[in-house]
Design a protein around this ligand. Structure first.
Ligand code: HEM
Length: 154
């Protein structure tokens, strides 16, 4: 890739992948507040608003991070399956996307807190746990991206 194009793709990659860390952190804060509050209508409203963050943030950011990451790998001396730090990031990002698709369920939580008399605490805290797992994986990917350990795949 010509240096100008690589740098442009790299800027987009850094912006979207680090923005993803911020988006998931926002969801951790919202879900923790929803789990802690005694005001179930507030929790219900929070769960109803979360899909906006997912569809306007999480999905486009994670898909763009994946596409630009693969492009950078294939278009630079790093390659895609040459260094462990890139393969680990690929696995981490796919895991983050799968956790979001299969385990994060704000619509279900909105339904569960609709007119609910008692909090659905266990389910609420399991949502927080899923999001904390995503944050941990994204932070590992960010650290790997800066230190770029030289371990090469055979
Ligand atoms: C999980 C989310 C990800 C985060 C937070 C992330 C973050 C970053 C950051 C901050 C950099 C810049 C590092 C620097 O220049 O010092 C970077 C570079 C890079 N990333 Fe990612 N990345 C992610 C996912 C991916 C994926 C899935 C791939 C490949 C499949 C990938 C491939 C690359 C490559 C090849 C570079 C180096 C580009 C270059 O210097 O030419 N990244 N990444």
């Amino acid at each position: 890739m010509r240096p100008g194009i690589r740098k442009t793709v790299l800027v987009i990659h850094i912006v979207v992948s680090v923005a993803l860390v911020g988006e998931v952190w926002g969801l951790v804060a919202l879900n923790t507040a929803a789990a802690l509050t005694k005001d179930l209508e507030l929790a219900h409203a929070a769960y109803r608003l979360m899909p906006i963050l997912v569809f306007a943030g999480g999905i486009p950011l994670s898909v763009t991070a994946l596409i630009t990451g693969i492009t950078l790998g294939l278009g630079s001396h790093w390659g895609l399956f040459r260094y462990y730090w890139i393969v680990i990031k690929l696995v981490l990002l796919v895991a983050v996307i799968c956790l979001g698709m299969f385990l994060f369920d704000p619509e279900g939580m909105a339904a569960a807190t609709e007119g609910a008399r008692q909090a659905v605490a266990t389910r609420q805290w399991s949502q927080v746990a899923v999001l904390c797992g995503q944050i941990a994986m994204l932070l590992i990917a960010t650290v790997l991206s800066v230190f770029k350990p030289r371990w090469k795949l055979r």
